[in-house]
Each structure stands twice: as structure tokens, then as C-alpha cells.
Design a protein around this ligand. Structure first.
Ligand SMILES: Cc1cc2nc3c(=O)[nH]c(=O)nc-3n(C[C@H](O)[C@H](O)[C@H](O)COP(=O)(O)O)c2cc1C
Length: 373
């Protein structure tokens, strides 16, 4: 494809880890709780992911997938990557996505204290026995306060790491191009990073270097075992599903410690999420630099920015000013699965309607919304 001066910079191809991506546009990870009760991906899910691939997205990041049959599952009908049935279900998804010329990574998510539906365990796990802020999310099938979690022991931590490693092996068997370790948005690994949910006094608590340690150990283990050409990314964030105003208290110093630890662990990219806020609002630092830009500089790794990246001007600015290399798009991708094609053609984007995710965030809700429109 010939680049013209008015072509949007997000449409340029680029390598991310081992993935030769058609453009800088990724579908952000979005939980859709549309698997079977046993966590097996369905044909409807394959259709859903294939539509983004056909719509021109270079990369698809899956919804958060639970990596073990112990404490990790967050939601009923969330997909897993634990059993042979899970692997076979995901194989159908990755085949469809690859047939459209896109790449796909599996987001591995341990919900920790924010689990609100887990048939495998009655209790939840967290770095410390701290009551999570806020209440469970109704659109994901929960209600009322989160349960008080149990503090993880050393054995639990070893099991968590083993679970992520096994799920990454299963992801490779299912045909994924890589995995993204979910250390953002308030789930288990982020609970370790966050000061008020991590009151530990061992090597996993206290300093920022200690609080990012579990994430780094998970990434390191997966990267060490990854087959040739398998990409290992990691997603971090300051904001959380149950706390959109939290910011790392160390500011730029925390960004440096976190980005260095993740690069040293062998991550191939860093994805910085904005939960419910725009990129600039969550990324700006006191000195005028940004979390994404600084993480990129310190780690030397490609960075994916997120939060309102469907805005053409902001997207162009983020790439042109070196704040990030890739852009992950959530809500508006749901309304525009063909967003890259629309951007290339200069077409208007359809507006996201929150009714698409009501009464629950399932794919069926979105289909009903489309049929009604
Ligand atoms: C329905 C829905 C489900 C989401 N599920 C996940 C998830 O499983 N993992 C994750 O890291 N982020 C999840 N997110 C957050 C998005 O990846 C993204 O960070 C957020 O929507 C902000 O980006 P946007 O402004 O482009 O929408 C979800 C968002 C939505 C709307």
C-alpha cells in the first residue's frame, strides 16, 4: 500500500514483538462473558473476533482469560485457557482471525480479590486481606460488596505463577501469536502493585520494586518458556475498574521502576491502560511527560497506549510525539469493528451506545442492539 501524506499515521505497519502488524491499531481487551459455563469459547465468539480482523485491525487482544482452575476466574461464562476443550475452542478463534490476516494475543487475567463469579473456589485471593473498594459490577453478573479476600501464601504465589505459565503454553497450542499478562485495572497482579491493597512486609510488598515483583516473575517465567516467535506483552495501569482516580504515588519514579522491571523480565511490549478515562488524563506526569512516553523511553520497548484512541487527532498526536507506538481501542471498536477501514477511507465513525452492553456485556446483548437498530 502506498503511503500518502494525508494517510493517518495509525495505518502504518510495524513490528510488535514477533508480530508483523498491518497497522498500529489494536482491539483493546474486552470481557464479554459469552463462553460456555465451563469457559469454552463458542462459535459466536469466533464470529465476534473475526469481524474485527476483517475490519482491518492489525492486532486483536482478547478479553481477559482465566489461566487456572483455582482462584483466577473473575466472572461466570468467562473463557479459560486451562483444558483441552478451551484450547480447541480458542483454536477456532485464532484460525478465523489469521485467515483475515490479523494477529491475536490472549490476555491472561487473574481476578484476585475482584473475582465475582468463580465456580472453582468459594473464597478470593489478594496480596492482603483488604476489602476491595466499590461494589461488584452488575453488567458482569455481580451485585453487592466484594468478598473479603484471603492473603496469598508463598505456595499460592507459586501456584499463580505456574497457572500463568501453563496458560501461556496452552495459548501457544491454541494458535495465539502471544499473550498479554493482565497486570492492570485492579485485578490480582495490579493489587500487588497498588499500595492500599498490598500491605505485605515480604519481598512482594513495600517498595515499588517489590510490588511489581510478582508481575515481573510471571512475565519472566512465560518469556523464558515461550516458543520461538511467541510475543509476551504486559498491561499495566494506574486506574482500576473499582477506582478510576488512583495514581502511582511515586509518579515518574514509579514509571521508571515498573518499566525497567518489565523490560528486564523479558516483556516484548508494555500496554498502558486507561480505565474509564482518556489517555492524556491518566498518562500525564507532573513534568509534562507521559507515562506511556516515559515507559517507552526507559524500557526501549514498544508501548501501546489506550483511552479514547478512536479520536483521530489524539491518535495522530500520540504517535507523532513519541508517546506510544500502538493504540488500543475499546468501546468505539465495538461500534466500529471496521474502524481501520473507516480511518483509511476517511469515513465517519459510528457512535458507541452504552445500550450495546446492556443488560450485560455479552456478545448477545450487542447483537440484539444491532438488530433493534
Ligand atoms: C465491555 C468492556 C470489557 C472490558 N474488559 C477488559 C478486560 O477483560 N481486560 C482489560 O484489560 N480491559 C478491559 N476493558 C478495558 C478496555 O480494554 C479499555 O481499557 C477501556 O475500554 C478504555 O479504552 P477506550 O477508551 O478505547 O474504550 C474492558 C472495557 C469494556 C468496555
Amino acid at each position: 500500500m502506498i503511503d500518502t501524506p494525508d494517510r493517518h499515521p495509525a495505518l502504518q505497519p510495524r513490528l510488535l514483538g514477533s508480530m508483523d502488524l498491518a497497522n498500529r491499531l489494536a482491539v483493546a481487551p474486552m470481557t464479554r462473558i459469552s463462553a460456555t459455563p465451563e469457559g469454552v469459547p463458542t462459535e459466536l465468539m469466533a464470529d465476534y473476533y473475526a469481524e474485527f480482523a476483517a475490519g482491518g485491525f492489525g492486532l486483536l487482544i482478547t478479553e481477559g482469560i482465566y489461566p487456572d482452575a483455582a482462584y483466577s476466574q473473575g466472572y461466570l461464562d468467562q473463557p479459560g485457557l486451562v483444558t483441552q476443550e478451551h484450547i480447541a475452542g480458542w483454536r477456532a478463534v485464532t484460525d478465523r482471525v489469521h485467515a483475515e490476516g490479523a494477529h491475536i494475543v490472549a490476555q491472561l487475567m487473574h481476578a484476585g480479590a475482584l473475582s465475582q463469579g468463580n465456580p472453582h473456589r468459594a473464597e478470593t485471593l489478594a496480596p492482603s486481606a483488604v476489602q476491595p473498594r466499590g461494589t461488584m459490577m452488575a453488567a458482569y453478573g455481580g451485585s453487592g460488596p466484594w468478598p473479603l479476600p484471603r492473603e496469598t501464601t508463598g505456595d499460592d504465589i507459586a501456584e499463580v505463577i505456574e497457572g500463568f505459565a501453563a496458560a501461556a503454553r496452552n495459548a501457544a497450542d491454541a494458535g495465539f501469536d502471544g499473550v498479554e499478562v493482565h497486570a492492570a485495572n485492579g485485578y490480582l497482579l495490579d493489587q500487588f502493585v497498588t499500595e492500599y491493597t498490598n500491605l505485605r512486609t515480604d519481598q512482594y510488598g513495600g517498595s515499588t520494586v517489590n510490588r511489581i515483583r510478582l508481575t515481573a516473575e510471571v512475565v519472566e517465567r512465560i518469556a523464558a518458556e515461550a516458543p520461538e516467535g511467541f510475543t509476551v506483552g504486559v498491561r499495566v495501569s494506574q486506574t482500576k475498574v473499582n477506582d478510576v482516580v488512583y495514581r502511582w504515588s511515586g509518579g515518574a519514579e514509579d514509571v521508571v521502576v515498573i518499566a525497567e522491571a518489565l523490560a528486564k523480565a523479558g516483556a516484548h511490549y508494555i500496554h498502558v491502560a486507561s480505565e474509564g478515562r482518556s489517555w492524556f488524563e491518566t498518562a500525564q506526569l507532573a513534568d509534562g511527560s507521559t507515562v506511556t512516553g516515559l515507559a517507552r523511553e526507559v524500557s526501549g520497548l514498544p508501548v501501546i497506549a489506550n483511552g479514547g484512541m478512536h479520536d483521530r487527532d489524539q491518535a495522530a498526536r500520540v504517535l507523532a510525539e513519541g508517546h506510544a507506538d500502538f493504540l488500543a481501542i475499546g468501546h468505539v471498536a465495538l461500534a466500529n469493528p471496521d474502524l481501520p477501514r473507516r480511518l483509511a477511507a476517511g469515513d465517519e465513525l459510528a457512535e458507541f451506545d452504552p445500550a450495546m452492553l446492556r443488560p450485560s456485556v455479552t456478545i448477545e446483548s450487542s447483537i440484539r442492539w444491532r438488530q433493534a437498530g
